[in-house]
Structure formats: structure tokens, C-alpha cells
Design a binder for this molecule. Structure first.
Ligand SMILES: Nc1ncnc2c1ncn2[C@@H]1O[C@H](COP(=O)(O)OP(=O)(O)OC[C@H]2O[C@@H]([n+]3cccc(C(=O)O)c3)[C@H](O)[C@@H]2O)[C@@H](O)[C@H]1O
Ligand SMILES: Nc1ncnc2c1ncn2[C@@H]1O[C@H](COP(=O)(O)OP(=O)(O)OP(=O)(O)O)[C@@H](O)[C@H]1O
Ligand SMILES: [Mg+2]
Length: 276
């Protein structure tokens, strides 16, 4: 293992292997401790029907249930939010995820009218349409906005689904799905997330399906692995300290370096991280 791989593993807190029961317990405890310390009423999270929000949502609901059982008279809440852009191709998976999570409350907000309005005002101002790729980021930021509106309304904090296989590539929208109050999955690789879902008894199709950001109108359900040009197995192997193809490793390290700005607070005159 070279020095870069080791330093990335350390920065992203990854481990070669995890014990499912122990990880579930640790992450539930974090969600419980953080909520009590914050004084908030509960949590909010967008449920897409994909692996990450199914896992983060389930851990959150379990934490909320435990708090309400341990502290009689309390009524902490988890607000699961369905956030389709018009009609969602894998709508059934989103419904299955909600069914598995059994959230305290479920809301559905169609983000399409807001995204369309943004695209139209952009075009009116600039005189050219926003690209399909950039509109994808608008969708992610609109979802963030809805979650923060609900969070503020109900006095709840916003959960993020960032984990280490996503953090290393910076494969998320800055201040979109990257914006949140806490990230209970951080430190896990994609396959370790699957391992936890298996332990939690999640429907198998929710963690065996191809991960997708599903942000582009022109490429619905585009698999992350296709967009990234590398597989989650390769990313996970790297993060778990294994040797991977040197060309892929170099591309991964380049992505990591180029996306450092997403893992830091906005740079100020006292910061030096951006000089590396
Ligand atoms: N060096 C630097 N220092 C400080 N800021 C810097 C910067 N370079 C760019 N930036 C800023 O960052 C912006 C680009 O970042 P960003 O807006 O995130 O955009 P970008 O990284 O170009 O695109 C987001 C990528 O994440 C993927 N994604 C998004 C959402 C969810 C998922 C998923 O897996 O579910 C995946 C999406 O498919 C796309 O490939 C620039 O417009 C600029 O404002
Ligand atoms: N259609 C959607 N409805 C609700 N929330 C969404 C939707 N799309 C994205 N999100 C939110 O944005 C987050 C980031 O999306 P991402 O694709 O990385 O995760 P995922 O869909 O949960 O899992 P996977 O990586 O397996 O697709 C999701 O975890 C979810 O909270
Ligand atoms: Mg997804």
C-alpha cells in the first residue's frame, strides 16, 4: 500500500473489514447522542429507493424508536421524504424502502415544478438553456432545499447519506446532496453498507440494484459506475487497503485531489489545504 492510499484511508476513516452488528450499534448510538445533544425533535431524509438512503433511513428510524422507548413521554420523529422529479422510474423501490424503514412520517414533494422554474429563469436571464448535466445539480440542490424546509418546520435535523466510497470520488453535488447536518454512514465503503443492510433484513433488491444518481433527463438511471468510469468494487478495494489496477488507482487519487474543496469548509485566508 502506498502512502497516498494510507492517508486517504485515514482521512476517510475506512477499515479493511467491519462487524455489521457493531457498526449498526455505533451508528445508531451516534444518531441518538447527536439528537439529544442538539435539542432537535428528530431527523429528515430523502428516500430515493437506492441503497444509501435505505440504510441511513433505517438506522435513523431505529435510533428514533429506541430513544422513544428509553425516554417515556418523548416523541422524537423521523420524516422520510419522497422527492421524485416528475415520475420516478424506480418509484416502486422508493415505496419498498419506505415500507422497510417504517418512518414516523412520510411526505412526498415533486421537485419538478421548482426545477423547471429554475431552468426557465436561468434561460430568461442568460439567454441560453442550462445544460442537462447542470440541471441535474439543480435537482440535487432542490432536494436539499425541501429537506431543510421540512427540517426547519418540524424542528428536525437533515441526515446526509455520504459514505467513504462517495466521499473519495467527490461524486455528489456540492451544497446539494452533499449538504446536511450529520452523516451517519461516513467511514463505510459501498459494500460495507450492503453488509449492514443485509444484517438489518432489508429487501435484497434495494442493495443489489445498480447505484444511480438519476439526475440527468437525457440519461435516466445512469449507473454511477458508468458515470465514474470505475466500479464500486475497485473503489471499495482501494479504501479497504487492497491493491487495485494502477491506472484506476491513479484516476481515483486524481479525483480525490480535485474534489478536496467539497470535503472542506469554504476556503478563507487562514486555510492552506487548497495549496496541496
Ligand atoms: N477548486 C475549487 N475550489 C472551490 N470550489 C470549487 C473548486 N472547483 C470547483 N468548485 C465549485 O464546485 C462546483 C462543482 O461542484 P458540483 O456543483 O458538485 O458539480 P460537479 O462536481 O461538476 O457535478 C456533480 C457530480 O456529482 C454527481 N452526483 C451528484 C449528486 C448525487 C450523486 C449521487 O451519486 O447520487 C452524484 C453528478 O452526477 C456529477 O457527476 C463548481 O461549479 C464550483 O462552484
Ligand atoms: N428521487 C429521490 N427521492 C428522494 N431522495 C432522493 C432522490 N434522489 C436522491 N435523493 C437523496 O439524495 C441522496 C444521494 O443520492 P444517492 O444516489 O447517492 O443515494 P441513494 O439513491 O440513496 O443510493 P444509491 O447510491 O444506491 O443510488 C439520497 O441518499 C437521497 O437522500
Ligand atoms: Mg441513488
Amino acid at each position: 500500500m502506498n502512502e497516498t492510499q494510507l492517508s486517504i484511508m485515514e482521512a476517510l476513516h475506512t477499515q479493511p473489514a467491519v462487524d455489521s452488528k457493531e457498526e449498526i450499534q455505533k451508528r445508531k448510538q451516534f444518531l441518538k447522542d447527536y439528537l439529544i445533544q442538539s435539542g432537535a425533535n428528530g431527523y429528515v431524509l430523502g428516500i430515493s429507493g437506492g441503497q444509501d438512503s435505505t440504510l441511513a433511513g433505517k438506522l435513523t428510524q431505529l435510533a428514533i424508536n429506541e430513544l422513544n422507548e428509553e425516554q417515556p413521554g418523548t416523541s422524537f420523529e423521523f420524516h422520510a421524504v419522497r422527492l421524485p422529479h416528475g415520475e420516478q422510474k424506480d418509484e416502486a423501490d422508493a415505496r419498498d424502502a419506505v415500507q422497510f424503514i417504517q418512518p414516523t412520517k412520510t411526505h412526498t414533494v415533486n421537485i419538478k415544478p421548482a426545477v423547471d422554474a429554475s431552468a426557465q429563469t436561468f434561460k430568461d436571464a442568460v439567454g441560453e438553456p442550462i445544460s442537462d448535466f447542470l440541471k441535474g445539480n439543480t435537482k440535487a440542490r432542490e432536494r436539499m432545499k425541501v429537506q431543510y424546509d421540512l427540517g426547519a418546520h418540524f424542528g428536525c435535523l437533515v441526515i446526509g447519506t455520504d459514505h467513504s466510497a462517495e466521499a473519495v470520488t467527490g461524486f455528489y453535488t456540492k451544497f446539494g446532496d452533499g449538504a446536511c447536518d450529520l452523516t451517519p454512514l461516513f467511514g463505510l465503503t459501498k459494500r460495507q453498507g450492503k453488509q449492514l443492510l443485509q444484517e438489518l433484513g432489508a429487501p435484497e433488491h434495494l442493495y443489489t440494484k445498480a447505484p444511480t444518481a438519476d439526475l440527468e433527463d437525457d440519461q435516466p438511471g445512469l449507473p454511477d459506475e458508468q458515470a465514474l468510469g470505475m466500479t464500486y468494487d475497485q473503489i471499495d478495494d482501494y479504501l479497504e487497503g487492497k491493491k487495485i489496477d494502477t491506472v484506476v488507482a491513479a484516476r481515483l487519487e486524481e479525483r480525490y485531489q480535485k474534489t478536496e474543496h467539497k470535503r472542506q469548509l469554504p476556503a478563507n485566508i487562514f486555510d492552506k489545504w487548497w495549496k496541496n
